[in-house]
Design a protein around this ligand. Structure first.
Ligand SMILES: Cc1cc2nc3c(=O)[nH]c(=O)nc-3n(C[C@H](O)[C@H](O)[C@H](O)COP(=O)(O)O)c2cc1C
Ligand code: SF4
Length: 654
């Protein structure tokens, strides 16, 4: 028995989907990728991605949602695969075949995106005309009874195609604002006919789909459905928990073998899967449904279950049957295998940054902050299945252990180069190690730093902490390749009075290495200022102002996060001093000049500088004649995702 199976005996015990045995309890959750052809045909990229997921060892691999109608009303993503015609079966079959190769069960998902669909149309469809909350989606038109009946039939026909393509099971997505959930919710269903009104009538459309599919596929074919356990739409007149339970039970009773239970809609104004939601936050909903449903119906759940401990315990306690994983396995499809081999510290950890989602909504292909090989699984130079050894191993000196430097170093070491990373601080990680001291789940950044350090060591690389690289040292070292990844730091010289005793650097604040007074003014207006303000708010006892020339602060911050951060800052009464220039820093605070040339004092005991500026340019001189590279913030100040990509791309070239 492999060590991980001993450690997590429940996760690695066989489970059942209806009558079908599954080798373990891990289900790769459905993930739209935008990889497929715009006309709905499956692409090679999609097949390769699915292969990676199956090869990683999950008991079940779910496809992305496939749209079921020729009009494209159900299509929510430009690269979404289609299943509305037999001509798509051969492409879909390629996915079923590739999953089977790895002894994993294949689950094909049907997904009509409803009020968030119609990606190529100028309208969406739904049970009723209820205006959109999110401006990116087009307004819905009400479906006629004939359209509803046709939609039911399209789902049934699609299920038959799913069987013909050789999938082991079918899944229907009814979550987050897609069509089935639109019918279920009192928020979006205002109908007064047989498909609206009471909870039972709101259940009728999905019930007919399940009943129709069950009849078509036969008793033994596993049917899974994804439904919301909590809509989190109280502010919009959504369902109560009791209504949701009543409706979900009706739908499950129509012939479901496994319920994948979820929380929240895209329109919910609450955090559901972001980092500020602690891992395991929603398991109680799975337990609720385990207790409410008949024993033969299994319950699956994804939603911030990134590590095996909580699912293993939940399965042991009878609160869950299947651990679904989406983002943790986007970040590392090999997660199941690494857990099984007790190599958890080698898992590329998902940062719950939601860049993957943000990209889909901008019609871009799926990508991942921490795994640039995503979508390039078949291209050996991206190293998803391991990097080839370098023909001529070289000595590589990497200066700086932020994400850029570490990422480049890890790949170079894996290729067999002799790599040493020099870090002047006492800990690795650069800005990410400071960010990991932030509140609301930001300690998870530390997992990424630990991952790099583990992998560097594993591949024989060295990390020298507390070692500042100087020009002389680099000259003396004589490494074949020098990588300057020295990062960025605030520049006190940018402001008059920036060298005053009341002035500190943002990263030092977040490392807790400097004293910070009661009234704090942070100069910057970018993500670093916002993180520092959040850190201080969490510590308590400070009144905070953020100062910057921008109209809106945090434009560089991921769109999935900025609204959360802004509402937290607002709740903490953080003053936003926008559209101004810093005139000078005095012992009383910061004097700012407005657009109208008016000077004002922003009072502060401590002034925090977050005007990040590349550092380490003096080292460039020392390595000018060498094979040398400048990456990450030391090249140009950007976000961690860009630094990481710089490091990855360089690693690929070395
Ligand atoms: C990029 C991305 C694409 C997704 N596509 C689908 C989809 O096609 N169908 C679906 O039911 N859920 C989809 N989901 C939701 C996931 O299956 C999952 O429920 C959610 O991400 C929460 O689980 P996690 O915390 O493990 O990521 C998607 C999620 C992400 C991040
Ligand atoms: S992009 Fe971010 S949230 Fe999405 S899988 Fe990668 S690390 Fe996780």
């Amino acid at each position: 028995m492999l060590p991980g199976a001993k450690k997590y005996p429940h996760v690695f015990s066989p489970g059942y989907l209806g009558k079908m045995e599954v080798k373990n309890r891990i289900k790769y959750a459905s993930t739209e990728t935008n990889f497929n052809f715009v006309d709905g045909y499956v692409s090679d990229k999609e097949v390769a991605y699915m292969e990676a997921q199956a090869r990683g060892g999950a008991g079940m691999v779910t496809t992305q949602g496939a749209f079921t109608d020729p009009s494209g009303e159900g299509k929510g993503y430009v690269g979404m695969m289609a299943i509305y015609d037999d001509r798509f079966i051969p492409g879909l079959k390629r996915i079923a075949d590739v999953i089977r190769k790895y002894d994993s069960k294949s689950v094909l998902q049907l997904m009509h995106c409803g009020r968030v669909g119609g990606v190529h149309l100028d309208y969406t469809v739904g049970p009723s005309v209820v205006p959109q909350r999110l401006p990116r989606f087009r307004e819905p038109v009400e479906m006629s009874v004939e359209a509803i009946e046709q939609c039911v039939q399209e789902h049934v026909d699609a299920a038959i195609r799913c069987q013909e393509a050789g999938f082991d099971a079918i899944e229907i997505s009814g979550i987050v604002g897609y069509l089935l959930s639109n019918f279920i919710s009192a928020y979006t269903n205002k109908r007064t006919d047989e498909f609206g009104g009471t909870p039972a009538k709101r259940a009728e459309f999905p019930r007919r789909i399940v009943a129709g599919i069950r009849k078509a596929v036969g008793d033994d074919y596993p049917v899974v459905i994804r439904l919301c356990g909590r809509e989190l739409l109280d502010d919009r007149g959504g369902n109560t928990a009791e209504e949701t339970m009543e409706i979900n039970k009706i739908i499950v009773d129509a012939g479901v073998d496994c319920l994948s239970i979820t929380a929240g809609w895209q329109e919910s104004a609450k955090s559901v899967i972001s980092r500020d939601c602690p891992q395991g936050s929603w398991l109680w909903i799975a337990e609720e449904y385990k207790n409410a449903l008949p024993e033969h119906v299994t319950v699956a759940m994804a939603y911030r279950l990134f590590l095996p401990d909580q699912p293993d315990q939940a399965i042991a306690e009878g609160k869950l049957d299947f651990w679904e994983s989406c983002r943790a396995m986007i970040a590392d499809p090999m997660l199941p295998q690494k857990i099984l081999e007790d190599r958890q510290d080698e898992i590329i950890p998902c940062m719950a940054c939601n860049l993957c989602l943000a990209r889909l909504f901008r019609d871009a292909e799926l990508n991942c902050m921490v795994r640039p090989s995503l979508g390039h699984e078949t291209e050996p130079e991206f190293g998803f299945y391991g990097f080839a050894r370098a023909e001529q191993p070289k000595s590589v000196a990497v200066v700086g252990s932020g994400v850029a430097g570490l990422q480049a170093a890890v790949i170079a070491a894996e290729k067999g180069h002799q790599v040493t990373v020099y870090e002047k601080a006492g800990q690795p990680g650069g800005q990410l190690s400071a960010a990991a001291n932030g509140p609301w789940g930001d300690e998870e950044f530390g997992r990424l730093v630990n991952y790099y350090v583990t992998m560097l060591k594993k591949h024989g690389g060295k990390l020298k902490l507390g070692t500042e690289a100087t020009k002389e040292m680099l000259e003396e070292l004589g490494a074949d390749i020098v990588v300057l990844a020295t990062g960025a730091a605030p520049d006190p010289a940018a402001y008059k009075g920036g060298d005053g005793p009341n002035v500190v650097a943002a990263l030092d604040v977040m490392h807790g290495t400097v004293e910070v007074g009661k009234r704090v003014a942070i100069i910057g207006g970018t993500g670093v200022s916002i993180s520092t303000a959040l850190y201080l708010l969490d510590k308590g006892g400070h009144t905070v102002s953020i100062i910057g020339p921008q109209k809106k602060f945090g434009r560089d911050v991921n769109p999935s996060y900025i609204w959360r951060y802004m509402s937290k800052l607002k709740g903490g009464n953080v003053e936003m001093v926008t559209l101004c220039q810093v005139k000078e820093i005095t012992d009383k605070g910061v004097v700012v000049t407005s657009k109208e040339s008016k000077d004002t004092l922003v009072e502060a005991d401590t002034v925090v500088l977050a005007n990040m500026t590349p550092v380490g340019s003096e080292l460039r001189e020392a390595v000018k004649k060498k094979d040398s590279y400048v990456i990450g913030d030391s090249l140009q100040v950007r976000r961690a995702v860009n630094a990481l990509l710089d490091g990855y791309r360089l690693g690929m070239r070395l």
